[in-house]
Design a protein around this ligand. Structure first.
Ligand SMILES: *[C@@H]1O[C@H](CO)[C@@H](O)[C@H](O)[C@H]1NC(C)=O
Ligand SMILES: *[C@@H]1O[C@H](CO)[C@@H](O)[C@H](O)[C@H]1NC(C)=O
Length: 267
């Protein structure tokens, strides 16, 4: 035969090659998604709420790591290296950023010689912890430690006030509101350091938890701040979360807060 049409079997191989290419590329997308949500199909890292005797901190980021077993689920005597590797792998914090947080936590609230930290020690009042948290009650007056349990009515307040989620300006507004509640309770204002820490935390929450619309959705508020689990929409960030990025957003939130406070004072 001088000329031959492609046979059915040729077409079939072409077709299966296409199917293979198609399914292969889509399965590697899935692999990518699952490598950015490694707890989703790994029983060892499933969410388990803390049991009796387990301790937690005032920080949702660390509590979620413990609730998913990326640091010891007991929350006790967590080594510097385990904190460090959880912060870099699950939140993709840069090395210097993770180091700063771990060293800062251990130096102020941990065991400096053996280099570990129990999560509840981070609730030491006015060390790192501060009043006017978005979802925790203030430390009872005179108490050395602040509560580490979430106040769900504060979580609900956030969800009701920001049904479309929280962008940078909303976070600033929510912080101003919480700080203004200090006056109502006749508590001192946050000092400079704790003011900085508190909007630094808001900046980190936004950087880690914002969705494609650049807001922290209400479902994320509920799951992250409330249940202290990785939100359904959370993927380990593709890009490293650096100190520089966190600082930039923190400054933005701080500036917005200053403007909002000035506006209130001018009334
Ligand atoms: C976790 O902490 C508990 C209590 O402190 C300890 O008994 C256990 O060995 C730790 N588990 C791991 C995997 O380090
Ligand atoms: C939770 O926060 C609200 C609002 O500040 C407050 O009225 C309430 O007493 C708090 N709940 C608990 C259990 O402390």
């Amino acid at each position: 035969m001088p000329f031959s049409f492609p046979s059915t079997s040729h077409l079939f191989s072409l077709f299966s090659a296409f199917v293979f290419w198609f399914s292969h590329s889509s399965s590697s997308d899935q692999e990518l998604a699952s490598s950015r949500r490694p707890w989703a199909d790994d029983e060892e890292h499933a969410f388990i709420a803390p049991g009796p005797g387990d301790v937690r901190s005032p920080c949702p980021a660390l509590n979620a790591l413990a609730n998913h077993g990326y640091i010891n689920r007991s929350g006790k005597e967590i080594s510097a290296s385990s904190l460090y590797s959880a912060l870099t792998s699950i939140y993709h914090l840069s090395t210097p950023f993770a180091r700063l947080l771990v060293e800062g936590g251990i130096a102020t609230c941990g065991h400096k010689f053996e280099r570990w930290l129990s999560l509840d020690a981070l609730a030491a009042h006015n060390v790192i912890e501060h009043d006017a948290s978005l979802v925790h009650d203030n430390a009872p007056l005179g108490a050395k430690f602040a509560p580490t349990n979430v106040n769900w009515s504060l979580v609900d307040d956030l969800i009701i006030a920001y049904p479309d989620g929280l962008g940078i300006t909303h976070l600033a507004e929510a912080r101003v509101k919480r700080e203004s509640m200090l006056q109502d309770e006749r508590r001192p204002e946050l000092d400079l350091l704790h003011g900085e820490i508190s909007h630094g935390e808001a900046a980190l929450a936004w950087l880690l938890m914002k969705d494609a619309r650049d807001v922290v959705s209400t479902e994320t508020v509920r799951q992250w701040f409330g249940q202290e689990t990785f939100p359904d929409s959370y993927l380990i960030p593709d890009e490293e979360v650096t100190l520089g990025k966190a600082r930039k957003i923190s400054l933005k939130i701080g500036d917005t807060m200053t403007k909002l406070k000035e506006a209130v004072n001018e009334l």
